[in-house]
Structure formats: C-alpha cells, structure tokens
Design a binder for this molecule. Structure first.
Ligand code: SF4
Length: 276
C-alpha cells in the first residue's frame, strides 16, 4: 500500500488563491543570498518534515515534522520554529531588489516542502501576489493532487531523482520510487517547468546501471527536463555530531571530477541536457 500522506488538504482552497496569512508552518532555516537553489540570487526557505530517510541527507535536523528539542553540547535548543506566512513574507520581501537585479526569487526546500501543503501553497500564493519568482525543491514523494495544486503556483521545480531501481531505493530511502517517477511524468505532462537533480553519491547513485536507469526514465517523459548533478559533500555530514547523531556514511568520499565527467558524458551522449 502506498504510504503517501499529507498533513493537510488543498481541496478547499479558493480558485483565485489561498488566503493563508493565518496558516502557520514549521521551518528550520532561511538562507538569504543563495545562488545554488535556482536562477539568480534567492532566499531559500527550509520547511520541516520529510518522508524519506536518505543516508546522505545534508539536513538531518529538517527531517522530523515537528519543532523538537535537541541536546547539543551547548545545551538543549529548539530545532526550528513555527511561523505565519505574513511573518515569512516580511523576511522574503527584504531582498526583492536582489531578486529583481539578478532574476532570482524564493526557493522552498527542506526537508520536503510538500509535507506542509497548506503552508507551502499559502506562501507560494503570497510570493505570486508580489511578483516574486517561486521554485520548489522536492523529492517528489507526495500525493499527486498536492503536487499538481502546488504546480499551479510554482515557476520552477527542482526535482531530485536518486536511485532508479525500486528495491535499492526502498533500502536506501525507506520509500518506493514509483510514485516519484509517476509524479514526475504528471508534472511534465502538465507543462510544469522542471529541472531534475541527481545527487552524486559514490557507490550509490553514480553507478553505470543507475545512470542508465535515469536516462531511460527521462527519455520516456512527455517533455525532457534538463538535469543537474549535485556532488556529495562529505564535509556537510559534520552536522550530524552537532545534533548528537552518528554519521550514516562515515566512509563515503566526495566524487572526483573524473567521475562527474563520466556521468555527464553518459547523460549527454544519450541526448540529455546537463546543466553546469
Ligand atoms: S529527500 Fe532530501 S531532505 Fe529528505 S531525507 Fe532525502 S536528502 Fe534529506
């Protein structure tokens, strides 16, 4: 049985947009002046909660849905906070001149932003009312109607694909990939603007077989999105001990430039566009 669930429903939203100034959501970070989360200079908003459990996750503190207490060496702290859309917009609007200057905007990331669909929809609508470009960085594991409702208020999806083989995907992330693949096909059929992202994790996502599987999936889509490689950064795992967690892949190293080039070549020689 599919375990897709969402905390709320978008079905009751008005056709003209979600008046969600009173809707609250749980965040764990806001990064201003980000340059790797979509075009231009961006504010990246990190929403709490993710249904996956990737061992290479750079944001383990963002996976639990609730704002919880963590025991850090410096004492107990809250990981994340709850906020309203209005309060979030006050932060976002500070950087409108930078978005305008650079062709940037706001990226909703996480965690998995689709895990808080009402808050995400309300925040996207608020950005839309201010003419701010909106990107959603997602693993694609969400109910189809939630994803398509979000697509109507999103300018760009940054859509992560990890391991194509079903059994291996379940082993590594805890969930099956089929809903993720079907959601991607639905987004492409709906005409959404999608950039695919492959986190390059040595020994896990970088194998020839996995890249061939990825090529097969992308070439079967109604519209072929471009693809970007996201090299694994071992240094990001230093965060785990800070939250009292063991490092899940202590022996995994960063991919070399030669390995990245091999994957790029495998993708481009199959006719796929790889963004740098
Ligand atoms: S989908 Fe992203 S946020 Fe969720 S566990 Fe995997 S890497 Fe972390």
């Amino acid at each position: 049985m599919c375990r897709l669930q969402s905390k709320g429903s978008l079905c009751r939203q008005a056709a003209g947009g979600y008046n969600g100034s009173m809707v609250t959501g749980a965040l764990f970070d806001i990064s201003r002046f980000a340059i790797h989360d979509g075009p231009g200079i961006r504010t990246t908003v990190f929403l709490k909660g993710c249904p996956l459990a990737c061992p290479w996750c750079h944001n383990p503190e963002g996976r639990p849905m609730d704002v919880e207490r963590a025991e850090l060496p410096e004492g107990a702290v809250s990981v994340g906070w709850r906020t309203t859309v209005d309060a979030l917009m006050a932060v976002i609007q500070r950087d409108v001149p930078f978005y305008d200057e650079s062709g940037g905007g706001v990226t909703f990331s996480g965690g998995e932003p689709l895990a808080q669909p009402e808050f995400l929809a309300a925040a996207l609508d608020a950005c839309g009312r201010h003419g701010i470009h909106r990107a959603v960085d997602t693993c694609g594991y969400a109910p189809r109607d939630t994803l398509l409702a979000v697509a109507r208020r999103t300018d760009l999806f940054l859509y992560d694909l990890k391991v194509i083989d079903s059994r291996r995907h379940i082993e590594l992330t805890g969930v099956p990939p089929e809903p993720i693949h079907a959601n991607l096909a639905a987004l492409c059929e709906a005409g959404a603007n999608v950039e695919l992202r492959l986190p390059v994790i040595p020994g896990m996502t970088d194998t020839g077989a996995n890249v061939r599987g990825l090529i097969g999936l992308v070439t079967s889509l109604a519209r072929r999105p471009s693809l970007r490689l996201l090299p694994y950064h071992r240094a990001a795992m230093d965060k785990y001990p800070r939250f009292g967690l063991p490092i899940p892949m202590p022996d995994t190293r960063d991919p070399s430039e030669d390995e990245l080039e091999r994957i790029r070549h495998q993708l481009t020689s199959s006719g796929l566009e790889v963004a740098l």
